[in-house]
Design a protein around this ligand. Structure first.
Ligand code: ZN
Ligand code: ZN
Length: 142
């Protein structure tokens, strides 16, 4: 994605979510959209700092929280109790390599999975995410 495409996409999403467009939120979402993948808040802060040297870690965390609450970024559970974020909020699954820790998107139609709408005890299911674990192609070649 080019810089301009990312910028237009980010502006449209912030407008749609009716989230106040602060420079910090814009920078965080733009960075996440352009880089793709599943960075941690610290990785994002480091990346943003290269371009905006005055963005503190707390600023990045707060922006991520606001973006998450507005449904514009998604938190991804992963190993080592580290929270990762992604700008892809469409339903999809993840693959985690147990050797190198690589975390990749798996498209929702890659396999059949149908969660129940309700669970015992009266819980309503709204979204679901399957984490597939194994060895990635790169590690298998070694
Ligand atoms: Zn691997
Ligand atoms: Zn993902």
């Amino acid at each position: 994605m080019t810089k301009n495409e990312a910028r237009t996409k980010v502006e449209a999403r912030l407008r749609e979510a009716e989230l106040r467009l602060t420079p910090q939120r814009f920078a965080v979402l733009e960075c996440l959209t352009r880089a793709g993948g599943h960075p941690t808040a610290d990785e994002l802060a480091a990346e943003i700092n290269r371009r905006f040297p005055r963005a503190s870690r707390a600023t990045v965390y707060n922006a991520l929280k606001a973006l998450r609450d507005a449904g514009l970024v998604r938190e991804v559970l992963s190993e080592q109790a580290v929270t990762r974020y992604e700008s892809n909020v469409e339903s999809h699954h993840h693959f985690v390599c147990r050797v190198c820790g690589r975390l990749e998107d798996v498209p929702p139609d890659a396999f059949a999975a149908t969660p129940p709408a309700r669970l015992e005890g009266g819980h309503s299911v709204e979204t679901y995410e399957v984490v597939l674990r194994g060895v990635c192609a790169k590690c298998k070649r070694k």
